[in-house]
Design a protein around this ligand. Structure first.
Ligand code: F3S
Length: 666
């Protein structure tokens, strides 16, 4: 049965603004009241102990380590729970949620796909559900939606600091907060109430003027910016948008922009509090949060100070922006739509689209879905259907149910769309694609990532990123060179059909509907400590964690130097979190002083450290060198740099961050 959206009890999801403002003032007092950016205000209002952290009265972006207290943690599937369990606590120190969204394979439609995936992944879902019950975590079961859409609809709030165990956690920045994607061990810091460490990021100011018009959407803003900044341009930096161009965009549009900040490597992205954020909070049952945010904003919290300084300033006039198509294989290869046809031609690619995919956490808002429905209505009236498979993943049960009620689903299905489960599906490669196997082909998606094989496992699939409306228009044409702003599609009658620019609705005029009630967790659940966390004894996917041994234990004849270690692999090219997910758990990251040394080490070589002992003993200016023994017996030494803070060295000494946290707690 469907239920309408009631106003929620917002006690656990409203940031403690009075406390945050007080903390911020204490930091201002230490730093001498200079103007601050919005990102700085949010970060500094979450410093665990300003007097201790900033005892020398200095805070330098890019240098100072901040010890922060995040207010919430969101976890996608099995990501931090085993680590948390190994800390030995009976409940989480902050509110947390678990979201089952990455394991649902798209085969032939929402219901059968969901049922099949629940069976094949039962042991993972049983584990997550039982762990949620034991530790008092909100459990969003498979089919309830994609983590970032659910966070935006339920938990995000202006001025909040949140961690999530997924790269696109920054999506929640659309509500004017800082949401940061981290690994499981970092999430455990927040879950155990241990201050979480972050090197104060640099801040890139992005000044938006003008207004998006015609076919240009918020997706095109971030696609354009990705082309400017490249996949490295945001590393160690927060993207902070400001200016009049922020205030005429929808909250969900801003979330799309924040979502894809991950593609330029940014720590996160944020925006000042806007009327559209207020409207979105109210429409999603959180008017009390918006009232509290109004009050905090009136006290100067939710926007940058006049005169705040940025490390880099970028100007973008939204009125001049045209749709962009980025790819293939990298999100920063941006081509304006008007030049895309000739780009395809120059590359010698076949002028043929093989599939269009819309939705995902990046682009499945009500505004996105009603915009594509508008195009579908126009095409249907001309007697057209999509020429290629056209798949749609709604971001949440709330979006799916509201689409269904407002006949958006009907019109999409009328023109040939297959609506998939409320889950990641093809965005994370959960797509049982039967056509084009091992064949070069081109797909267009409204998703955020496009490295090789990401969607269908086929390295020859060229995957281009675009707004959902461009994907939809192209799906009707079937050609990569089609520009819906200027081109028309021939009809069997001999007439020509041309799209009018799409019109979507920011928020549903009848309000959102929550959809099927069983998809929703009970809010603020209490831990049930007698619950047995279910891990199958013969599981190939889950295992209780035994603590890592400290590498400096009795068994290591080298004492406080790392034992002789074999190089497992050398990676090259553009790495995403999918490639480096193994780099996890109390490792010692070292940088090459001379980049050329990178090529001198290969898999199978043996390395030993020299200088870690000095580091661990706190010797001033300690350096670490690496002694390398090649497989052919050749030996040499290379200098390195490290960026570990005093606290991170404690993890190294303990054998892992988890070992350190456990010893602190118990
Ligand atoms: Fe899922 Fe793709 Fe977003 S994998 S969380 S829909 S980036």
């Amino acid at each position: 049965t469907s239920q309408t959206l009631p106003e929620k009890n917002c006690a656990s999801i409203t940031p403690p603004y009075a406390q945050l403002l007080e903390k911020l003032q204490s930091v201002r007092d230490i730093l001498g009241n200079k103007p601050l950016t919005l990102a700085e205000k949010i970060l500094y209002s979450h410093i665990a102990n300003p007097a201790e952290s900033l005892s020398d009265g200095k805070l330098v972006r890019g240098e100072t380590y901040l010890q922060l207290n995040p207010e919430r943690v969101a976890m996608q599937d099995a990501s931090a729970q085993l680590q948390f369990m190994s800390a030995g606590m009976s409940r989480c120190a902050v509110p947390a949620s678990i979201h089952c969204d990455h394991l649902i394979q798209a085969v032939n439609g929402a219901d059968p796909d969901l049922q099949r995936s629940i069976v094949t992944n039962k042991e993972v879902f049983d584990f997550l559900e039982s762990a949620s019950r034991k530790y008092g975590i909100e459990f969003w079961q498979p089919g309830s939606g994609i983590i970032h859409q659910i966070v935006l609809e339920n938990y995000a709030a202006p001025g909040m600091l949140m961690l999530g165990t997924d790269s696109h956690t920054p999506n929640a920045g659309g509500l004017g907060m800082l949401a940061i994607g981290v690994g499981g061990a970092d999430a455990v810091d927040a879950l155990t109430g241990t201050p979480w460490e972050l090197k104060a990021p640099q801040i890139v100011g992005i000044h938006l003027t003008g207004e998006l018009n015609g076919w240009a959407t918020p997706k095109d803003l971030i696609l354009h910016l990705a082309g400017k900044l490249t996949v490295r341009g945001g590393t160690g930096r927060i993207l902070e948008y400001f200016g009049p161009g922020v205030f005429n965009q929808s909250c969900t549009g801003l979330a799309t922009v924040a979502n894809m900040g991950a593609e330029v490597g940014a720590t996160t992205s944020t925006f000042p509090y806007t009327p559209s954020m207020r409207a979105y909070l109210t429409a999603t049952g959180r008017a009390p949060v918006s009232r509290a945010a109004d009050e905090a904003a009136s006290r100067g919290f939710l926007a940058a100070d006049e005169g705040a300084e940025y490390d880099q300033l970028i100007e973008i006039n939204l009125s001049e922006l045209e749709p962009n198509i980025n790819g293939p294989f990298t999100p920063d290869l941006a081509t304006p739509l008007s030049k895309f046809g000739s780009f395809v031609n120059e590359q010698g690619w076949k002028d043929e689209l093989s599939a269009g995919l819309i939705g995902s956490c990046t682009n499945s808002s009500y505004q996105d879905m009603t915009s594509v429905a508008d195009l579908a209505r126009q095409a249907k009236a001309a007697g057209l259907k999509t020429k290629v498979p056209f798949l749609c993943t709604p971001g949440s049960e709330q979006i799916r149910a509201t689409m269904e009620r407002d006949k958006v689903t009907d019109i999409l299905e009328d023109v040939g769309a297959v609506v998939l489960a409320n889950a990641c599906g093809p965005c994370i490669g959960q797509w049982k694609r039967e056509d084009r196997k091992d064949e070069e082909n081109a797909i267009l998606t409204s998703f955020n990532r496009n490295f090789k094989s990401r969607n269908d496992g086929n390295r020859l699939t060229m995957n281009f990123l675009a707004s959902p409306t461009i994907v939809t228009a192209m799906a009707f044409s079937g050609k990569l060179s089609f520009n819906p702003m200027t081109d028309s599609i021939p009809l069997p009658s001999g007439e020509e059909f041309k799209f009018s620019p799409p019109r979507g609705e920011d928020l549903p005029s009848q309000g959102f509907t929550a959809g099927r009630a069983f998809f929703y967790p009970s809010p603020t659940p209490e831990p049930q400590s007698d619950t047995q966390v279910i891990i199958k004894p013969d599981s190939q996917r889950l295992e209780l964690l035994a603590p890592f041994l400290s590498p400096f234990g009795d068994y290591n004849p080298r004492g406080l130097e790392l034992p002789s270690l074999k190089v497992l692999m050398r990676v090259r090219g553009k790495c995403t979190t999918d490639h480096i997910s193994a780099a996890k758990q109390g490792i010692l990251p070292l940088w090459f002083v001379d980049n050329a040394d990178y090529s001198r080490i290969g898999s199978g070589d043996m390395i030993e450290t020299v200088g870690v002992e000095d580091l661990l003993k706190g010797k001033a200016n300690a350096t670490v060198t690496i002694h390398v023994t090649k497989r052919n017996g050749e030996t040499f030494t290379i200098p390195t740099r490290h960026t570990m803070s005093k606290d991170q060295l404690k993890w190294l000494h303990a054998g892992s961050a988890l070992n350190h946290i456990r010893s602190r707690i118990n």
